[in-house]
Ligand binder design. Sequence first.
Ligand code: NAP
Length: 286
Amino acid sequence: MSRQISGKTIVAGVAGQPVWQSLSPLLHNAWLETAGIDGVYVAFAPPADNFRDFAHGLRGGAVRGINVTLPFKEAALSISDRATPRAKRADAANLLLFEADGSIIADNTDGIGLLAAFALQAPGFDPKAGPVVIIGAGGAARGAAAAFQAAGAPEVRIVNRTIAKAEFVAGALGECGRSFHLDEARGALAGATAVVNATSAGLINGGRVEIPLDATPETAVIMDMVYTPLITPFLQEAQALGRRTVDGLGMLVGQAEPSFEAFFGRPPPEGIDVRALALAAVGAAA
Ligand code: NAP
């Protein structure tokens, strides 16, 4: 990259712990360069137990905004001064904007990204057609649950290792929410139109959650939010069963697009295939 940093460079970034594996800097900087915008997007790794001090240090607009990834999404919402309805519904934020008046605005674009990925990779999938299952009950799961509910899913089933968290997330959905312990996953999968792995189990070390995907209907669409590798063992198993799959990269790009517009004031430019760039970075075929 040959971009110059100037006295007017807009700074944005992503905060996570760990964050080195994030592809967000690659996507946003490719868009910035293509659009000729005087901006830069960097990665931050605040201390896992002190997101508050980190975020308050950015108040005032020196940094325009940040995406927030695990484990800070709930903390990001809690330190904000104002939040969009979708961030409140998700009870988590993946986007913070630092306003010139010192205030912090929280938003959540994960749900937009999730539904964009389904639309692109599982054409014809209809969230209204039946129950959807989300494995996990963290920030990403909440965003997904709120997005499916808003898109008209008649039932959202939350399956989690820690049942109290599943109950909490399902409870926030009202009549549409149901909670299951991980040991009860088979029952939760019966009749599901979609299953989304929103756990962090496979994020870094290849660990995985054992889910009996054979209990899903043949028409179910299976998604993994993890995208390294692109086809995770979870998606491999789904494909071996003949299910349609959606990968986490589609969601990453889908949530990054509205984030970019929030940071830099215009949508990402056309004419650059950031998915191909990201695939090359994770060593996968396009
Ligand atoms: P989080 O808030 O830390 O939640 C993690 C969830 O994973 C919890 O429900 C946790 O269960 C569960 N979990 C972790 N290890 C597990 C294991 N070994 N067995 C069973 N369950 C386990 O994380 P998050 O922010 O929601 O993110 C979740 C995942 O989504 C991450 O991999 C993240 O990278 C991915 N993500 C991807 C995108 C994208 O654009 N593709 C966007 C957002 C997030 P307990 O409650 O029992 O601890």
